[in-house]
Design a protein around this ligand. Sequence first.
Ligand SMILES: [Zn+2]
Length: 412
Amino acid sequence: MKALLIVADGMADRPIKELGWKTPLEAARKPSIDYMADAGICGILDPISPGVPAGSDTATLSLLGYDPLKYYSGRGALEALGWGLKVEKGDVCFRCNFATVDESLTVIDRRAGRISNDDASKLTEDLKKVKSPHRSTKFLFQNTLQHRAALVLRGPNLSTAVSSSDPGKVGEKVSEIKPLNGSPEASFTAKILNDLMQKFHKVLKSHKVNMERVKHGLPPANMILCRGAGRIPEIKPLHEIYRIKAACVAVTSLIRGVCKVAGMQLLNVEGATGTPQTDYLAKAKTAVQALNENDFVLLHVKATDVASHDGDFQQKIEIIEKIDSMVSFILDHVNIDETYLALTADHTTSCATRNHEGDPVPLAIMGPYVRRDDVKEYGERSCAKGGLGRIRGINLMPILMNLIGKAEKFGA
Ligand SMILES: [Zn+2]
């Protein structure tokens, strides 16, 4: 037996006035997704706990069976891992931005005009050559997508208890990084970071790439802002907990990072972009293929969350309909006598508030031996009447593992 878990990021929503108080899921035409609900068992799920708006990282940890309240240790390390940086236990990681500042270090553009990958790569080459401010601390710096980058600090006496240098908005000065507790490690880390950011600034402000950018009327990427200090969560990989082989199909670095920590194989799909224009079918094909060699596959789609943050419920409906054709392909190509299919969202993202919200998300599980219930349609409200009732994110993995015969008995 195998299990395929499809997670549509932020797919759950609240009722929308313009849709006659339906949610995008309720308004979308989605025969295959509804078939999953009809043939399966449904429920609603609180990613963390009722009313707590979950981040994609904490929610994904939870959906993989790890209690984020126990294991979450910041976004920085997960994202760096997801980008393929060789993060080790104990490293302190940060999410960074190339930004534009003026002479007085006031932020003019937090994304340096969404600098191209090409320019960011050239600047990164020279930032890598900067000498570390302290001989016991090594750093790795890597640009990722456009203005985004990751920074890893390695060595003794480091701490994640430091503030961010990113003021979060334009028109404010770059913040000094401060220790967040009284420990010598926090002070040491803050000092290293402030020194390193200064060194980076020195290299960037006179860099020829930036001279060229200014000549062409583009904002120079003359500052690195860093935030989100974190370490790798200390969790047991899935193969140790359930003795399964697991893989993930995801583009979003944060999700890839979580899956990497869980010991899953990260699969790459040509044409998958993490945007509404992603190649949905290519992802479905890769996931179906991966089931041949794995017991458990996670298939993640980011686009629903992107549309929600833009407040674009029409686009969200279109994306849900594309996910429906993805599900249709999967239903046609997996051996349904030996496979459990589950569909859920990692959290609710409201098109009205454009934020993650704490409402539960729908869940449907179909497969050979589920206790099929009376729910016929997949939606936030219809699934609430299903046989699974209301569960927490961390309950899902044990349920799936039990269905595929990988759960161990508790007790004699
Ligand atoms: Zn998410």
